[in-house]
Write a protein that binds this ligand. Structure first.
Ligand SMILES: [Zn+2]
Length: 332
């Protein structure tokens, strides 16, 4: 009797300790899910909530296209029950490390490859068809991000049916947010003068977004291979901006922007730094440090610079769709 009382007290103490911790550890039985870039980690977190043990491997602010994981990541991948990547050739070194280190039964879910067929691949400025690798940035199109979430929900449910209802409820909550975001973006784009619904960016990550909202990507500064553009290419871009009368050109959080700054200065456009494709805004634990926060921040930056407004998104909630504290690991 006494022994079981001591055990019970110990258990209560443990529970109390968990309750005061800002990031409660997942139960040890929780599915171990490993992801790559932060927007994908956030989408997986929206569905898995705090019932999966989730860890991203690509630190924010690094070039995800050339990121090569350190050998220590092999251990994280070896313990994973599910590995979720964008695919479409975005994370080749991470995929290779996953394939050689994962448990035999661990599923690798490449979201982009399952979201569009090869006849829907987009080739463009930084991702020319001559290289055979499509533009992999599907997630800036919220409807494709929703498809990612659906694939994650299907996979989590298959691997962990005891939490099926929880994952399904989170997907429905996420779907409602995405639909609201989609309507808000469409309404915001509609406030931009038609002739200004054009994007010239440093990093070429808006192809699938533009397609959804009737915008046109007229150029991207970054050549394939992520080197600096040639001076001839810079001169051509300056002419193009002048010819089209573009009000703004956009830099990226992750890539250096001195060339774009020069292009803006010589073409008369304003230079807007800070579009993001995989570096979430805010800091860890803030609601806007999320996929939804990423898209809202991008819209506030992009739409205002092109002469429109985002009042349709003024009350958009970018916080988590699930109850309770996050336990996801986002490497910084
Ligand atoms: Zn990118």
């Amino acid at each position: 009797m006494y022994r079981s009382l001591v055990f019970l007290m110990g258990l209560l103490g443990l529970l109390a300790a968990c309750g005061t911790s800002p990031s409660p550890p997942s139960p040890s039985s929780a599915l171990k899910v490993v992801t790559t870039v932060s927007p994908i980690t956030s989408i997986v977190e929206s569905i898995g909530g705090n019932r999966v043990a989730l860890e991203g491997i690509v630190p924010e602010g690094v070039n995800s296209h050339t990121f090569s994981p350190s050998p220590s990541v092999a251990r994280v991948l070896a313990e994973a029950d599910l590995i979720v990547l964008n695919g479409l050739f975005l994370e080749e070194p991470s995929l290779e490390l996953a394939q050689t280190n994962k448990k035999a039964e661990t599923v690798i879910l490449a979201l982009g490859d399952q979201t569009i067929d090869s006849d829907e691949w987009k080739f463009d400025f930084s991702f020319p068809s001559s290289q055979g690798r499509p533009n992999p940035h599907l997630w800036p199109n919220p409807m494709l991000a929703l498809r990612y979430a659906e694939l994650v929900q299907e996979q989590l449910t298959a691997l962990d049916p005891s939490n099926a209802e929880y994952y399904a409820a989170n997907l429905e909550a996420f779907r409602m947010r995405i639909e609201e975001l989609d309507r808000g973006i469409a309404a915001s784009v509609a406030t931009v003068p038609v002739q200004h619904r054009k994007l010239l960016t440093y990093h070429d990550s808006w192809a699938y977004f533009a397609d959804r909202y009737g915008m046109e990507v007229v150029g991207a500064v970054q050549p394939s291979g992520f080197s600096q553009p040639s001076s001839r290419e810079v001169a051509r871009l300056i002419d193009q901006i002048r010819d089209l009368g573009l009000p703004a050109v956009f830099g990226s959080e992750v890539f250096p922007s001195d060339v774009l700054e020069q292009i803006a200065k010589e073409s008369g456009a304003i230079f807007i730094d800070g579009l993001r494709d995989d570096d979430l805004p805010g800091s860890l634990g803030e609601p806007r440090h999320s996929y939804l926060g990423l898209m809202l921040a991008n819209m506030e930056t992009m739409i205002a610079a092109l002469g429109g407004n985002t009042s349709a998104l003024a009350y958009f909630d970018v916080g988590p769709v699930f109850e309770g504290a996050s336990n996801a690991v986002y490497p910084q």
